[in-house]
Design a protein around this ligand. Structure first.
Ligand SMILES: *Cc1c(COP(=O)(O)O)cnc(C)c1O
Length: 487
């Protein structure tokens, strides 16, 4: 046994192996050293566990160390290609920022900025001043402020306006958004007592009216977000609810979910509630996300009647939910696109541009990519253009898929699951869904500049190309090298 173990090289010798001595600066030497120790330890354990095992040669150990070091050095947050066609994909980071927002964010990251500083007076100001005027202009609100995300916005609004009091909500709106945002739980934590009225499918104004008492702190209306109510249904609109709220002297809070600042019908999508409409119809406070249909960074906007907003701004919890300079920089630049006009926003903000993508142009691009992919896989896969459905995602426009064309890929010698897994192992990883036993590529959410990269990655994943080359067509063209490519 001792003899066997002594055949394993010492760490120093392993590190001097040509495959490891000449590595680029990343992975760092510290990581390579850690990888070498781990690989040797595992080899030692393997020998001790099975003495008849062959002791790996130093070349093999060096290959293992290199692979391990590259894996250890890889960041946790990695760029992926989103081929799902879900534009606001929460698990993939929701909205992509516009170039203008990226530039503003980078500038703020590198420099000291006027976060809470007035250059005219040299005095301290509030960071809310940075986006307040634009939010007021874009929503028609009396005042507005920004917090971490919409969950925080809802929590803060309820806590500020109805702590220890009752808040009336329809049973048809007690939604779970995903993750851990369940409306009844959020309400309980806010200190408000939830009073449910109506039924799952039908709620009338009279249901709210009889529930209002001296203990009522607010009426709450919530966008159903990720599901749609169809069939025998009834709900009360904002204008009617606002009339009741006014009559009884209590505020009406409207959680809009997505912050659609343009009419999505102009982008060829379904209608989505807009903060401006809700406030014009009489809601006292609206809340919405910054990174859903608004197309900016993660943030929550609270806009509405000036007195309500003042009470919310004075809440000590505000400090725990405030946004930093990076978010404010990106949000200001995103809002500036809307201020410059709906057409500017539709062109400049990736979320809007992807949802409103010209169907004919998208289909041409899809057919072109399918043709190139078919030749790159040279018979190793069946590649077809088929009807498909993209989604706005993020709980917006529920049940309103966007009809489109997608590429369906069926590898000759690999199951769809295997192809899907291989796509995730690519560099960069590709996230795609399976439908009808095919891996489906929806180009709506892929930047055109990444089409060639996507073709190479898919060719590898179906088993054609240079990665493991175990199956698929012989003599297939090698996929272009994609390692370490950055956008
Ligand atoms: C998404 C959503 C939320 C939570 O917003 P975040 O910005 O993700 O915190 C709350 N309410 C509704 C109706 C939503 O759609």
């Amino acid at each position: 046994m001792k003899d066997l173990l002594s055949r394993l090289p010492a760490v120093d010798r392993l590190l001097r192996h040509p495959a490891l001595a000449s590595l680029p600066p990343n992975p760092s030497r510290a990581i390579v050293l850690r990888a070498a120790r781990e690989v040797l330890e595992e080899a030692r354990a393997a020998v001790l566990g099975a003495p008849e095992a062959v002791v790996p040669a130093i070349d093999e150990l060096a290959v293992r160390v290199r692979a391990r070091a590259e894996r250890l050095a890889r960041p946790g947050l990695r760029r992926v290609l989103n081929a799902t066609g879900i534009v606001v994909h929460t698990n993939l980071g929701r909205s992509l920022l516009s170039e203008r927002a990226v530039a503003a964010l980078t500038e703020a990251a590198r420099n000291y900025v006027t976060l809470e500083y007035d250059l005219e007076t040299g005095l301290r100001t509030t960071r809310q001043a940075i986006v307040r005027a634009m939010l007021i202009e874009l929503t028609g609100a009396g005042d507005a402020l920004v917090v971490n995300n919409n969950a925080a916005a809802v929590m803060l609004a309820l806590n500020s306006l109805a702590d220890g009091r009752e808040v009336i909500i329809s049973r048809g709106e007690l939604v779970e958004i995903g993750g851990s945002f369940r409306l009844p739980d959020v309400m309980a934590k806010s200190g408000a007592r939830m009073v449910e009225v109506g039924t799952t499918n039908r709620t009338r104004l009279a249901d709210y009216a009889v529930a209002v008492t001296g203990a009522t702190g607010a009426l709450l209306k919530v966008h159903r977000s990720n599901f749609a109510l169809r069939g025998f249904t009834a709900e009360v609109g904002i204008a009617e609810l606002a009339g009741l709220a006014r009559e009884r002297g209590i505020p009406l809070i409207h959680d809009l979910g997505s912050g659609a600042l343009v009419d999505f019908r102009s982008l060829g999508a379904a209608a989505e509630h807009m903060p401006r409409e809700s406030l014009a119809s009489g809601a006292d406070v609206v809340t919405f996300s910054g990174d859903k249909l608004l197309g900016g960074p993660q943030a929550g906007v609270i806009a509405g009647e000036a007195g309500c907003i003042r009470r919310i701004a004075a809440n000590p919890l505000m400090r725990a939910m405030r946004v930093d300079k990076l978010i404010l920089a990106a949000l200001e630049a995103t809002l500036a696109a809307y201020r410059d006009g709906a057409e500017v926003a539709a062109r400049e903000l990736p979320t809007l541009a992807m949802i409103g993508a010209d169907p004919a142009a998208l289909e041409r691009r899809t057919r072109d990519l399918a043709g190139r992919l078919a030749s790159a896989t040279s018979g190793g896969a069946r590649v077809e253009v088929v009807p498909g459905e993209s989604e706005a995602g993020g709980g917006s426009l529920p049940g309103e898929p966007i009809r489109t064309r997608v590429v369906a890929v069926r590898a000759k010698e690999r199951s769809p699951d295997r192809v899907q897994t291989a796509l995730r192992e690519g560099e960069p990883p590709v996230v795609a869904i399976i439908r009808d036993d095919a891996v489906v590529l929806d180009l709506r959410t892929v930047a055109p500049a990444d089409d060639a990269l996507l073709i190479a990655l898919v060719a590898r994943a179906v088993g054609v190309g240079d990665r493991d080359g175990d199956s698929g067509a012989r003599g297939a063209p090698r996929a272009p090298a994609v390692r370490g490519r950055r956008r």
